[in-house]
Write a protein that binds this ligand. Sequence first.
Ligand code: PMV
Length: 322
Amino acid sequence: MKATAIANSNIAFVKYWGKKDEFSNLPMNPSISMTLDENLSTKTTVEFSDKYEEDVLILNSEKYSDSKLVRVSNFLDKMRKLSGVIYHAKVVSENSFPTGTGIASSASGFAALAAASSKALGLNLSDKELSGLARQGSGSACRSVYGGFVVWDDEFSIQFKDELFWPELRDILVIVDKDEKKISSRDAMKHTVQTSSLYKKRLQALLDIIRRVKAAIGSKDFQSLAHEIMNESDSLHACIKDTVPKVEYLNEASYRIIELVKKLNSVSTIAAYTFDAGPNAHIITLEQYVPGIKKEMLKLFGVQLIESRPGRGIRYSEEHLL
Ligand code: PMV
């Protein structure tokens, strides 16, 4: 009872922030993302067997017995319940990007885990069903089940356009901080929903924003898309700062990147910045601008860059990790 799956990370243009329900990760708001390519992926092998006395988690060659294992084990419990199989499992997982880069891998991680564990258990699930399962591991993971541009509104995600639709679009991840985030998105979201007054305004505006982002992607209107992406990132981080106790994910280097992108856009818009729950920036741009943007970023910070195009959804492999 063994299977291996690969899933890529995704970057949200309109971000999920807030849960309707703590246990099932149903979102307070719709989100839309671009699935990234193999440069930001996770490969996971899961084996269920009576030879394991407990669940085992090996991540990038390191054995975990902390909260990471608990989270994976809770997820495996859902899979066991669904299949009727009671065996414990060994999960071996590897990221394509270097470890210790501070990049969150829960989106690619839980999408790969949902796919590998359901295949290992012989459950023949549709992508829609897999997205519903991945969501329960980590909200943003449900969007990594599909390639290209993906919308998530409720229980499942759906593909809006596939990865071949806009092949010139690029994401440059600018790593400025390699530490794990100090406050989890789970906790920060909860506090924002409970205490931020800006958050209520954000929720009211989001349906229109999603509509505009879909229109910009559909017509490949980069300028409009870039403005929506930057406004959305600013709006989210304003809400996060408006939270009691105040949370701040961006650091000095993040603000320098924002300034640099504004400078690069002074003649015409060639790049958009967006930040998740951390200080590392994602720069969305077009293929033709990548060399110039990379050069500028490296000049300023000597940071680590990972470039990615619109990528595929989950796939399976016979080359197991165990
Ligand atoms: O998937 P989670 O629960 O780690 O939430 C991540 C939320 C953001 O990355 C900040 C936004 C998003 O939609 O991906």
